[in-house]
Design a protein around this ligand. Structure first.
Ligand code: UDX
Ligand code: UDX
Length: 472
């Protein structure tokens, strides 16, 4: 049998995953026409903008890659029908948030966008199409996709030559590092049962990924591996964060503990930085998915084990808010507090599940006046995340208020405390001598990322709280 030849790719979803992934594909595969489609016209216009600062995603090196290929072999459009109908391979890269209502609310992923994508592929494709799950999906989602695609084959009134192969090809990129991760992945995972389709996708990756890094599995292993990888990573963070609290109580220093355990090659040094809790669109959602899946199969102990990782994460966020209030004499009402960093980590403008949101909400609840500065997050996102209207309504009932600051100095001006929540480079070398002059005394800095030069801050006269360290 002949191999499948892929000349045209369609990617549904021009978000944090679809955009960078397809930019890297396009740069390495000049002979493949790649079209990224999205229902959101504004997002597509932003990708097509001449002004790179208007791109919908901030990701180091991404602009160069897009400019190199855009309108040559990389296109951004809302024309789903045309893009699917001409594609040999379609990636599904739409969002899969945790369900907020109905069966599985708070745990299961909402698959309505994935299902809609499968129906669109079923409708508009007109030859053999390889459908690739790129979104992180609950195990067995491929089954649903297959059923939808199959029904279109059965009801094919136009009698076109439709047929499909479904693959799982989860994305392991981490935001802020997306291009590096895509260019030089630890592994590429392709799950499926159609060997020709697996080979076709593998062939594309082998343009830049060594063949020994391309791992082929059955489809369920592939789906479960993605959830498991994220759960393991998140578990490391909850583990180190739980120990950070113990360090604060015992006089141990989390950075010394981190170094000591990280030198054990079985543990390894990566992903052991204490912080205000993990954020991002994946970790919580994927663990909730594992919890849901485990409960579904009546594995309650497994479900409870993974739920513990989320519980510690939530606890870490709220314990940080509580201790800030305690250090500020148990009262932050009307006090100005500078919030440095709103993104869920450095080098991204993404705020999904950012711990900053929870810490800010807790402090607003206590009546604080927050001045928020982030070098990359758009004001509109902060407004959405903190629910502006609710904020205004509550202002007369002891609820705090917040504003967006234009710089570190602006945020710090007149404040009692600075809370560092995202480890942006810009915050690593703050001139504390200059800053403290603008602050009300006693002035505090709470470093939830353990990244400032605390000696300099103390020398300048600030009280310093640093995560996982009670002795400074
Ligand atoms: C991805 C994954 O796909 C998700 O499973 C993973 O867990 C997180 O990362 P991401 O790219 O980060 O999602 O999401 P987002 O930036 O929200 O992009 C998704 C895009 O799909 C949006 O631009 C949205 O408009 C688009 N979309 C959604 C469609 O084009 N069609 C739809 O039917 C639904
Ligand atoms: C994650 C996975 O790393 C990636 O493989 C997957 O495809 C998507 O989910 P992402 O959410 O973009 O990527 O960022 P990541 O770097 O994993 O950080 C997630 C959260 O954990 C951030 O809030 C980060 O600040 C936090 N974190 C990370 C820590 O608190 N400590 C660490 O040591 C590492």
């Amino acid at each position: 049998m002949n191999n499948y030849v892929v000349k045209k790719i369609c990617c549904i979803g021009a978000g944090y995953v679809g955009g960078p992934t397809m930019a890297v594909f396009a740069n390495h595969c000049p002979n493949i026409k790649i079209t990224v489609v999205d229902i959101n016209q504004e997002r597509i216009d932003a990708w097509n903008s001449d002004d790179i600062s208007q791109f919908p995603i901030f990701e180091p090196q991404l602009d160069k890659l897009v400019l190199n290929c855009r309108n040559k072999n990389l296109f951004f459009t809302t024309n789903l029908e045309q893009s699917i109908s001409e594609a040999d391979m379609v990636f599904i890269s739409v969002n899969t948030p945790t369900k907020t209502k109905g069966v599985g609310a708070g745990k299961a992923s909402d698959l309505k966008w994935v299902e809609a994508s499968a129906r669109q592929i079923a409708k508009f494709s007109n030859s053999h199409t390889i459908v690739v799950e790129k979104s992180t999906l609950p195990v067995k989602t491929a089954e649903t996709i297959k059923k939808i695609l199959l029904s279109s084959q059965e009801n094919n009134l136009e009698k076109t030559e439709k047929s499909f192969s479904v693959l799982s090809n989860p994305e392991f990129l981490s935001e802020g590092n997306a291009i590096k991760d895509l260019e030089n992945p630890d592994r590429v995972l392709i799950g499926g049962d159609d060997e020709k389709a697996i080979d076709a996708l593998s062939e594309i990756y082998s343009n830049w990924v060594p063949k020994n890094k391309i791992l082929k599995t059955n489809i369920w292993s592939s789906e479960l591996s993605k959830l498991t990888a994220n759960a393991f990573l998140a578990q490391r963070i909850s583990s180190i964060n739980s120990i950070s609290a113990l360090c604060e109580s015992t006089g141990a220093d989390i950075n010394q503990v981190k170094k000591a355990i990280g030198m054990d090659t079985r543990i390894g040094e990566k992903f052991l930085s204490p912080g205000p809790g993990f954020g991002g669109s994946c970790f919580q959602k994927d663990i909730l998915n594992l919890v849901y899946l485990s409960s579904f199969y009546k594995l309650e102990e497994v479900a409870n084990y993974w739920q513990g990782v989320i519980d510690i994460n939530n606890w870490q966020k709220s314990r940080i808010s509580r201790l800030i209030v305690n250090y500020l004499f148990g009262n932050v009402s009307e006090k100005k507090i500078a919030i440095l960093g709103f993104a869920f980590k450095a080098n991204t403008n993404d705020t999904r599940q950012s711990p900053s949101i929870d810490v800010c909400k807790d402090l607003l609840e206590e009546g604080a006046h927050l001045s928020i500065y982030d070098p990359k997050v758009e004001n509109s996102k902060i407004i959405d995340d903190l629910q502006n209207d609710l904020n205004k309504l509550k202002v007369n009932q002891g609820y705090g208020y917040w504003e967006i600051a234009s710089s570190v100095l602006d945020a710090a001006n007149g404040s009692d405390a600075i809370i560092l929540l995202t480890e942006w480079d810009e915050f690593l070398n703050i001139e504390w001598e200059k800053l403290i002059k603008l602050m009300r005394k006693p002035a505090w800095v709470f470093d939830t990322r353990s990244c400032i030069d605390y000696k300099k801050a103390r020398k300048a006269g600030l009280n310093v709280w640093k995560i996982g360290n009670s002795l400074i």
